[in-house]
Design a binder for this molecule. Structure first.
Ligand code: T4K
Length: 400
């Protein structure tokens, strides 16, 4: 590894460390030939969408992988959340974390359901089950637990609360495809779970998502709802929407499935390298994944402790962006500080101290098949240089 000095940094006028951007969320792409063959096949068949053969095969393969009875492929996870919320009959108030992607809250608010933001456990970054019961009111109908960074949230405690208080339990599992909890695959818990297969996820279908459930009745309802409520030609039995996944997305999904193990192996190698580097980055800690469970190792999440680094998380992001390293601050500033929630629920932050603190500390670094050991080393070396010379870096950034 080349040691870097302060004046090697791009913020001091040097060329960026990388000519092309390294991104959190750069898509993994499997075997192009296999993908192109599937695209030829779908073009030849002239069957492009509406529950075509590739979508059906994709649903079967995903259900097999997860060991779940039903997988319903959807055009994206946001629509999947909206459909699952409606199919479960959620209304009134639903308890959710604010420390999540905005889609979790929007899927509720879009249907005029109030997202009641609950704080997180700073160790797990997910809903703190000890805080939930105080938020339950007469209007509460359910909880949406979010599995973040591929780590399951407190599944057992949330299940227990929902059983005792007669609430529905939905999981936003956008980050947790190919992960397990207690040896059982994520996708099998609660009333239903929602996955995202967006381009930025380690496994993608360009855009896409899925709802999984072991409930036959719920699955049948969702299948109708995602196709306008059509039960047959000219026969509509529910209020539905268009949540269908097109064939081209299923083609990408089937191809990505064939490379799943390779994507995970690369992510895992990089995750372990970042973990090892973290030991030499004072003031930074790398979020630990439970390697005893199945995991996708997609997210590299550091927490920046500014009193130890001498430099803020945001200044580190600026240093990295100058080097063409698109580090991210997920999930800054928290849903409750974005519209419409900031205006609708101005006091929400008072109940969210752990969320507010964490949104100021997280730093996500690139992972995936475009990242190798050299990239990990260089990224960490740049961070180390910025920390070692924190005062000079801060002066330089404020003078720009
Ligand atoms: N629940 C949770 C917990 C989620 O994290 C998400 C999505 C959802 C629900 C909803 O799922 P979907 O409805 O999207 O299926 C991105 C993704 O758009 C979003 O899917 C994801 N979470 C979220 C965490 O990240 P942005 O606004 O950060 O995306 P953007 O455009 O800044 O892209 C991220 C980076 O990826 C950029 O640096 C560029 C790079 N990129 C992106 C795309 C699309 C590429 O290199 N190639 C690409 O094709 O939201």
């Amino acid at each position: 590894m080349t040691k870097r000095n302060l004046d090697d940094l791009a913020i001091f006028g040097q060329p960026p460390a990388f000519a092309e951007e390294l991104c959190v969320g750069r898509p993994n792409i499997g075997d192009r030939r296999a993908l192109l063959a599937r695209i030829e096949q779908l073009l030849d068949s002239r069957w492009l969408t509406n529950n075509g053969p590739l979508v059906q095969e994709f649903e079967r393969r995903v259900a097999d992988l997860l060991g779940v009875k039903h997988c319903l492929a959807i055009c994206n996870a946001t629509v999947a959340l909206e459909i699952a919320i409606r199919a479960l009959g959620l209304k009134g108030e639903v308890i959710v974390p604010s420390f999540t992607f905005i889609a979790t809250a929007h899927a509720l608010q879009w249907q005029e359901i109030t997202p009641v933001f609950c704080d997180i456990d700073p160790r797990t970054h997910t809903l703190d089950p000890a805080l939930i019961e105080d938020l339950i009111t007469q209007r509460t109908t359910g909880i949406i637990g979010v599995h973040l960074w591929s780590q399951p949230c407190a599944i057992e405690q949330l299940t227990d609360i929902c059983e005792r208080r007669d609430l529905r339990l939905l999981f936003d599992s956008a980050h947790a495809f190919n992960c397990s909890y207690g040896g059982r695959m994520i996708g099998n818990f609660g009333d239903a779970e929602v996955f995202s297969f967006h381009a930025t996820k380690f496994f993608n279908t360009f855009e896409g998502g899925a709802i999984t459930t072991n409930d036959d009745e719920l699955a049948a309802k969702i299948r109708l709802m995602k196709n306008f409520g059509f039960a047959g030609y000219d026969q509509v039995v529910y209020l539905g929407t268009n949540g269908k996944m097109p064939e081209i997305s299923a083609a990408m999904g089937l191809t990505s499935l064939e490379s799943l193990d390779e994507f995970v192996a690369v992510n895992r190698r990089n995750y372990q390298l970042y973990q090892a580097e973290a030991a030499n980055l004072p003031g930074l800690s790398c979020f630990h994944l439970n390697e005893a469970e199945r995991n996708n190792f997609q997210y590299i999440v550091f927490e920046v402790n500014e009193t130890e680094t001498g430099i803020s998380r945001d200044d580190l992001v600026n240093v990295l962006w100058a080097e063409n390293i698109k580090a991210r601050r997920y999930f800054y500033p928290g849903c409750h500080r974005m519209e419409p929630y900031r205006t609708l629920y101005p006091g929400a932050g008072e109940l969210l101290p752990a969320t507010e603190a964490l949104t100021e500390r997280t730093l996500l670094l690139p992972n995936g098949t475009t990242i190798g050991p050299d990239e990990v080393n260089t990224i960490c070396e740049i961070i180390r240089t910025a920390i070692t010379h924190s005062n000079a870096v801060k002066r330089q950034l404020s003078s720009r």
